[in-house]
Design a protein around this ligand. Structure first.
Ligand code: XLS
Ligand code: NI
Ligand code: NI
Length: 446
């Protein structure tokens, strides 16, 4: 099976469009659960899941770690000039997106175009590559889920970007955000992401935290205003992460970011992009941070990946844990979907995974894991007693004095009167195991 590729050369030769073959297939290059057109409730799997591939891990990162260089030799890194390499990388990326069959992608400004200290050169190069991406999008039907600016790699950002103690660095960061916003608008992106990579501190001894946070809010407000002025109608998203690279990062977790957005009047334009491995780094579960964001009406999008239980850093592995994907999809389905957000694989193949097909296999696994998570979550919500059990647990607040309390109508005197009239509350089991068994039962059911 072959698929036409649209670039100058084919980068993933021998691999065609990835087919759906169902759970009985042992072909590693086929989907077992992700069947794009299959209806789950009133939407197709593709419409529910809104998968995106990220540019950085998949086409820029060749597998380097703190102890050694990359292990993968990318054919798109061969051309002699940075611009020629960027064009080759784009050809490879769009070939991969279309063969895999995802509808969306995500990028940082300097994943797509070469960086340059000269502002005019940086802006010109990015515009040129964005023009090429626009043509590729038109030719393939691919869409942009979100764009962002890389404000953490260049040494000038070592003390932060928007929260840098030096105004000159803050202004230089604005150059990139402005350009990346323009690129996102030009490419029709539904969202624009801020991951505050170095927005935090290494030591409180040299840091005026309140001042930095006020500057951060000013910077985000200016970005919001600029985005709206050039016609950006989508969501701005903050991606929480508690640490790494900084000791302490300001966008610590969902709760922290929700409070910050509300404090600064940004919660109408900004939502959250929750990454699984960041949630676990902050001492929560993935599901917890999703639920907190969703409860505030601020769950905008998801960076799908997973950590490793044995180490405490952001290993960005492809999602494969079905408990995680069921948990995530329960939150997503209960809030009625993610649109205009989606599920972006902010994940990288392991340094030891060096074949070109490994990138396909990794994404197929992530997509199948979420497709299965979607099916199971949908079945739990529509066929199982789950929602009924949860509702019954709170039934005392549905009528009478419980309802009056929930509506703010009862004071402590009223509560005491109620308690006096009702004696010692009867013991009511939390029945956690019953819920866990139900989840397993639906997960195993074919
Ligand atoms: C890094 C972040 C990053 C953002 C985009 O930990 O996950 O990849 O998603 O800047
Ligand atoms: Ni991450
Ligand atoms: Ni991320």
């Amino acid at each position: 099976m072959t698929t036409p590729f649209i670039g100058k050369q084919e980068y993933f030769g021998g691999i065609g469009s990835i087919p759906y073959e169902g759970p009985a297939s042992d072909n590693p290059l086929s989907f077992k659960y992700y069947d794009a057109k299959k209806k789950i409730g009133d939407k197709t799997m593709a419409e529910h899941l809104r998968f995106a591939v990220c540019y950085w891990h998949s086409f820029c990162n060749a597998g380097h770690d703190p102890f050694g260089p990359g292990t993968r030799r990318y054919p798109w890194d061969v051309p002699a000039t940075p611009m020629a390499r960027a064009e080759a990388r784009m050809d490879a990326a769009f070939e991969f997106f279309t063969k895999l069959g995802v509808p969306y992608y995500c990028f940082h400004d300097i994943d797509m175009a070469p960086d340059d200290d000269d502002i005019a050169t940086y802006e010109r190069q990015l515009k040129q590559l964005v023009g090429m991406a626009k043509e590729r999008q038109q030719a393939t039907g691919m869409k942009l889920l979100w764009g962002t600016a890389n404000l953490f790699a260049h040494p000038r950002y070592m003390n932060g970007a928007a929260t840098n103690p030096d105004f000159a660095v803050v202004a230089r960061a604005a150059v990139q955000v402005r350009a990346a916003l323009e690129a996102t608008v030009e490419l029709g992106g539904g969202n624009y992401v801020f991951w505050g990579g170095r927005e935090g501190y290494a030591s409180l001894h040299n840091t005026q935290m309140k001042r930095e946070l006020d500057h951060f809010a000013r910077f985000l407000t200016a970005a919001r205003d600029y985005g709206r002025s050039i016609g950006f109608k989508g969501n701005f998203l903050i991606e929480p992460k508690p640490m790494e690279p900084m000791n302490h990062q300001y966008d610590f977790d969902s709760s922290t970011v929700v409070g910050f957005l509300k404090q600064h009047g940004l919660d109408k334009d900004f939502k959250l992009n929750i990454e699984a491995n960041h949630a676990t780094l902050s001492g929560h579960t993935f599901e917890h941070d999703l639920q907190v964001a969703s409860d505030h009406g601020l769950l905008g999008s998801i960076d799908a990946n997973r950590g490793n239980a044995q180490n405490g850093w952001d290993t960005d592995q492809f999602p494969s844990d079905l408990y995680d994907t069921v948990g995530a999809m329960l939150v997503v389905l209960r809030q009625g979907g993610l649109e205009p957000g989606g599920l972006n694989f902010d994940a990288k193949v392991r340094r030891e995974s060096t074949d070109a097909e490994d990138l396909f296999i990794a994404h197929i696994g992530g997509m199948d894991s979420f497709a299965r998570g979607l099916e199971v979550a949908h079945a739990l919500l529509t066929q199982s007693p789950l929602e009924g059990w949860r509702k019954d647990r709170y039934a005392t607040f549905d009528s009478g004095e419980g309802l009056a309390f929930a509506q703010g109508k009862l004071g402590l005197d009223d509560l005491r009167t109620y308690a006096l009239g009702h004696g010692e509350p009867a013991q009511r089991s939390g029945k956690q195991e019953r819920y866990e068994n139900l989840l397993n039962q639906y997960l195993i059911r074919a």
